[in-house]
Design a protein around this ligand. Sequence first.
Ligand SMILES: Cc1ncc(COP(=O)(O)O)c(C=O)c1O
Length: 396
Amino acid sequence: MKTISYGRQFIDEDDIKTVIETLKSDYMTQGPKIKEFEDKVAEYHSCKYAVAFCNGTAALHAAYYAVGLEKGDEFITSPITFAASGNGGLYLGGVSKFVDIDKDTYNIDISKLSEAITEKTKVITPVSLAGYPVDLKAIREIIEKTGKNIKIIHDAAHAIGAKRDGRNIVDYADVTILSFHPVKHVTTGEGGMVLTNNEEYYKKLCLFRTHGITKNPYELEENQGAWYYEMQDLGYNYRITDMQCALGITQMNKLNRSIYKRNQIAKFYEEQLKDIEWLKLPLRYFSKDWLAEEKYKDLKEKPENLNSYHLFPILLENAEERKRFFDYMRENNIFVQVHYIPLHLMPYYRKKFGFKKGDFPVAENYYSREVSLPMYPTLTKEELEYIIKVIKKFRI
Ligand SMILES: Cc1ncc(COP(=O)(O)O)c(C=O)c1O
């Protein structure tokens, strides 16, 4: 039997055709496909501006820059996330702080946020882990109560298309970032994007992506001729190519279907695994079974609350059982994964900032028990049934 991975891309003939067409066009990079992709993602999220990057990590770096994080400023994120959520701030000399996770949603524990905010806090970077939409409104309200000028970078690398109380991933955030790595819902091979409704941030993001250089005649300090450009700040070459954006456009056409399928798979897992007492299922964000309603079929319409299920994280009883289960699943060709090793326990973070075991006990407990089951839209009925059969035999 072939290996079933925890996530994988879905590429169809449309995707292949569009990439080939772009290869034959005049532009491999810095051409029209980039804006077309950006507009498509911006429109999907009812957002004014989108800037595409060569990966989600570059998008995060640019996001921290755009909101004005500087050396010595503190930023707060969740310890259960991929390294990039924090690294983006570290590249600019920021100081990493964490707030523990909520034991049920696995997102940052909003009730502990106020006590972590200091005079130096500049940014909060909540992560919608696994596609479960973090409560950005509550975070915004906490910031407003402090009266401080703290910005929100929503790391929505897992949560494209998710909704909470009718609001989408850009609402209440200053900037929102996406990743287009192959295991994500929409892929460009490598790729990322920043979404914002703020024009000043938009301009900074464009500058940062291309060496800090502008050619816009309205932004130049002087204009020596049609060839003239200026490097106005220190930026990077974080550009994405036209071939990638062409792929992103056709991938976006399949996004609603992908989220719908992922929700169907989540429902299947829930129904099949709900009676197993040694396994904890992830929290369902939505209470009613919207999948049964015709108007939501393939997300023709979107329900008020929508988990986009990048991952399906389950918890075992303890660390020993998790290791045994992980190895057992892999022996059975089911390539499960663990998301994530707490960021504060990474050697770099421990040595640089003095974090230690025990600092964020809920996150550490979650990590010690977590396994992500396969979750991607092309999982077949046979594969899903096989996964369930193998899980059910674990303790027999
Ligand atoms: C939560 C989170 N943020 C950011 C990133 C970075 O994205 P990329 O891999 O596109 O650089 C990832 C990638 O896996 C992620 O999972």
